[in-house]
Design a protein around this ligand. Structure first.
Ligand code: PAF
Length: 280
């Protein structure tokens, strides 16, 4: 496995593969890798000859009061994990390499960036779309792989590549879960042991809400309110719990069939997000 730190080195390595006629899959990450990330790398291998993984804790997607400073940086362990699943190349750019001084161009995916997580994290998805667009320009992959746990992020990236004609196929990979149902996340390392037990209730309430939607004897609004109440009573500070159309994240109505339930809730100092996608 090769590790490079600059865009020049990255492009030189990828050029060699391209000259040999090889295709490239890309998995962008912020490091602190867990089994869910390794599943993305495994999935990426099914789509291309070579797999590139980036590790970059992107400051522009964190709010001023958020955890950019304390976000776990575990690069040595991350590289060992990536080598164990036969990643071809790890791109570990510096802040200066990613953002030239005075850079003023950003990518805004209008409408989708300011709802749900975008409402409670202003600017977050502008930071995400901008850094992912830049990484796509640097790597120029055929395919890029993202976890479905960040469902809103996945829809924003899909919309961005369509709107900007970026020639990359976006693959969403099913959320990796602990045995308890808790969605794997780098931020789970902030949870205490008792909190980890409680955190599993997020997936439980999503499953319960899906059952209620499928049973069809409660309005979607009632299911959302009940679920918010359940989270609150279980010790969370729920931010939102919404039943949406999976194609564009608009609030679902009675005729919509392809659905996703999106939720975010704080438990102590840890912000958890999760979702469940289904057809009715
Ligand atoms: O999902 C993440 O880890 C990040 O938002 C991403 C896509 C790597 C951009 O920084």
């Amino acid at each position: 496995m090769q590790t490079v730190n600059t865009v020049v080195q990255l492009r030189a390595a990828i050029k060699k593969w391209r000259l040999a006629g090889e295709s490239v899959a890309f998995v962008p990450t912020m490091g602190n890798l867990h089994a869910g990330h390794l599943k993305l790398v495994e999935a990426a291998k099914n789509y291309a000859d070579r797999v590139v993984v980036s590790i970059f804790v992107n400051p522009t997607q964190f709010g001023v009061t958020e955890d950019f400073g304390s976000y776990p940086r575990t690069e040595a362990a991350d590289q060992e994990k990536l080598a164990s699943v036969n990643t071809d190349l790890v791109f570990l750019p510096s802040l200066e390499d990613m953002y030239a001084p005075g850079a003023r161009t950003t990518v805004v995916v209008d409408g989708l960036s300011t709802v749900y997580c975008g409402a409670s994290r202003p600017g977050h998805f502008v930071g995400v779309a901008t850094v992912v667009c830049k990484l796509f320009n640097m790597v120029q992959p055929d395919v890029a792989v993202f976890g479905a746990k960040d469902f809103q992020q996945l829809i924003i990236i899909r919309t961005m590549v369509m709107d900007l004609n970026i020639p990359v196929d976006i693959i969403g990979v099913e959320t990796a879960r602990e045995e308890s149902g808790l969605a794997m996340s780098s931020r789970n390392s902030y949870l205490s042991e008792p909190e980890r037990v409680t955190a599993a209730k997020v997936y439980q309430v999503l499953c319960r809400a899906r059952t209620s939607v499928l049973a069809g004897n409660q309005s979607l609004k009632e299911i959302e309110i009940d679920s918010m109440f359940f989270l609150h009573k279980s010790g969370f500070h729920p931010e939102y719990f919404n039943i949406c159309r999976s194609s564009d994240l608009k609030k679902a109505d009675a005729d919509d069939r392809e659905l996703v339930i999106l939720t975010a809730a704080k438990l102590g100092k840890t912000r958890l997000i999760d979702n469940i996608q289904f057809t009715r």
